[in-house]
Every structure is written in structure tokens, then in C-alpha cells.
Ligand binder design. Structure first.
Ligand SMILES: NC(=O)c1ccc[n+]([C@@H]2O[C@H](COP(=O)([O-])OP(=O)(O)OC[C@H]3O[C@@H](n4cnc5c(N)ncnc54)[C@H](OP(=O)(O)O)[C@@H]3O)[C@@H](O)[C@H]2O)c1
Length: 274
């Protein structure tokens, strides 16, 4: 468990749901919960908050045993729109509150993220959400939130995998009491899963490449949220707590990072998503 800067606690491992929609999506998410995942990541823009809510209802697990995250899309960053969208997210998922609600992208050219952040600060006071955070924020965006509202996010969810290890951003988050959460922790099952160094480490530790990557992320003090539709891969991805990667092997994985290692070249300084 991680203790956040607002006193809330969240699990150190989670489940991504991008592309899990409809009946098949419900089945995959129910299976993830049955396999032991207790933190579920969705977003308004994934159009599956309903799927997540349905899976939670069918899982039979008490709501208070789960940590549920959703995200506000950039088109709703005006204050009133943000509150309304958060309420809509809750209606879609049939939940009374989210454990975490995040700004999905800073969209810096639009210049609205401070206003949206103020809405999340108030939504937390109203009880709509327990903890508030951001995704894809760079140091300059976080500094602006601090300067203009005095409140820093509890979480910064960023792209993080061996080809893009975010050393500086992780350091900045840590120094500012922000927990780093990793999206696309498996690099979206790209070529990283065939990387020779990682394949060799898998053989050495008797683990799959996915397990090596997720364990490395856990040992970096970050929270991976891998997505899988398959019950078998869901179990595989969770099975990382019975071994430890040595410091020298951690360094070998750290060395795989590349300046252009992002999976889809989405640099938050310029990339925008609404
Ligand atoms: N905040 C943001 O801007 C942002 C952006 C992107 C994603 N996210 C969140 O982060 C979550 C995770 O990221 P992601 O879905 O982009 O990518 P990911 O979790 O890195 O990779 C998912 C892909 O890997 C495959 N996979 C899963 N486990 C595997 C294993 N053990 N071996 C081989 N392949 C495996 C999955 O296929 P199967 O389903 O067939 O197993 C799927 O194609 C998302 O679902 C979403 O919740 C947030």
C-alpha cells in the first residue's frame, strides 16, 4: 500500500481497462477482481466507466475494498463542466464516489488545467472523490498547480516502461510527495517484450519478461497498472511478489531507456487530448 499526501492509502499494483468494453470487458474485469486486483483504472474517454461499474457490481466484492480511478477529459476543464463531468462519470459507473480522479492530460496550450484542478480540489471537499491527481504532468505544470492553488496532486500517472523509464520525472514526483503510477507498464506489449536483456533476465529469475518489467517498476517505487483481457495473463502479471531483482540487474533495465522511447510519441509538452 502507498500512503498518499492527503492521508489516503492505495494498493501498490493495479489493473488497466483501456479497450475493455461491453460484455467481454465486464468478464475480463470481473476475472481481474477475482484474481485479486483491488485497484481499477478507467477514464471518461475510455467509454467503459459503465463496464467497470457493472463488473464491480457482479464481482460481489464490497465497494470499500476496491480503489477505483477515473479521469477527466480535456474538453471539460472549465470549472462547471468539470464538476458535471465528474458527476456523469459517477452516474455511468453507478458509484457514489471515486477513490481517485485525475486530470487526463495537461493540454498546456489550452491553458485550462489550473481551473480544472480547482474543480477537483472542490470535488474532493464535496466528497465526490477521495483523492485527486493528474496524468502526464511535467514539472512546469505541477509547479503551476502548486503556485496557483497551493495543492499538489497525490498521483501523477505517466507513461513508464523499460524504453521510457522517466528517471527525472520520477525524481521530481518523489521530491514533491507525489506517487508515480505507470501507464502502458508493458509498453503495450510492443517489441520491449522481446528485448534480449529482458529475455535473459527472465531466464535468470525464472519469470516471464512481463513479470521482470512489472517487478522492476514495483522496485522503482512506482505503481504499474497493466491491462490484460486474459485471466491467465492477469494472474501472470500479478505474480511478482515472490522474487527480487538485484541492484545490478535493475541498472541493466534502467539502461534500456531511450530518448524517443515513448510508444506513441505523446510528449505532454505539445501533445493534446480532449
Ligand atoms: N493516463 C493516460 O494517459 C493513460 C494512457 C494509456 C493507458 N492508461 C492506462 O494504463 C493502462 C495500461 O496501459 P496499456 O493498456 O496502454 O498497456 P499495457 O498494460 O502496457 O499493455 C497492454 C497490452 O499488453 C498485453 N499483455 C498484458 N499482459 C501481458 C503479458 N503478461 N504478456 C504479453 N502481453 C501482455 C495486453 O493484451 P491482452 O489484453 O490480450 O492480454 C495488451 O495488448 C491502460 O489500460 C489504462 O488504464 C492511461
Amino acid at each position: 500500500m502507498y500512503k498518499l499526501n492527503d492521508g489516503q492509502q492505495i494498493p501498490d499494483f493495479g489493473f488497466g481497462t483501456y479497450k475493455l468494453n461491453g460484455r467481454k470487458g465486464v468478464q475480463s474485469i470481473v476475472s481481474a477482481i477475482n484474481n485479486g486486483y483491488r485497484m481499477i483504472d478507467t477514464a471518461y474517454n475510455y467509454e467503459n466507466e459503465g463496464t467497470v461499474g457493472k463488473a464491480i457490481a457482479e464481482s460481489g466484492i464490497n465497494r470499500d475494498k476496491l480503489t477505483v480511478t477515473s479521469k477527466l477529459p480535456g474538453r471539460y476543464y472549465a470549472y462547471d463542466d468539470a464538476i458535471t463531468a465528474l458527476q456523469e462519470s459517477l452516474y455511468r459507473s453507478h458509484l457514489d464516489y471515486f477513490d481517485l480522479y485525475l486530470l487526463h492530460w495537461p493540454n498546456p496550450k489550452r491553458g485550462m488545467y489550473v481551473e480544472a484542478w480547482q474543480a477537483l480540489i472542490d470535488a474532493q471537499k464535496f466528497g465526490l472523490v477521495k483523492s485527486i491527481g493528474v496524468c502526464n504532468f511535467l514539472p512546469e505544470h505541477l509547479e503551476k498547480l502548486q503556485k496557483e492553488t497551493g495543492i499538489l496532486p497525490a498521483i501523477n500517472q505517466i507513461e513508464l516502461h523499460p524504453y521510457f523509464n522517466q528517471k527525472e520525472m520520477r525524481q521530481f514526483d518523489k521530491e514533491n510527495g507525489i506517487v508515480t503510477m505507470d501507464w502502458s507498464p508493458l509498453g503495450r506489449a510492443s517489441s520491449v517484450l522481446k528485448n534480449e536483456t529482458l529475455v535473459q533476465l527472465g531466464q535468470k529469475y525464472h519469470k516471464s519478461v512481463g513479470q521482470i518489467i512489472l517487478r522492476w517498476e514495483y522496485q522503482l517505487d512506482t505503481i504499474p497498472i497493466p491491462k490484460s483481457s486474459s485471466p491467465i495473463r492477469q494472474r501472470e502479471n500479478m505474480n511478482i511478489f515472490d522474487f527480487e531483482i538485484s541492484q545490478s540487474d535493475m541498472e541493466k533495465i534502467n539502461d534500456l531507456t531511450r530518448p524517443d522511447g515513448r510508444t506513441e510519441n505523446q510528449d505532454p509538452a505539445v501533445y493534446e487530448e480532449f
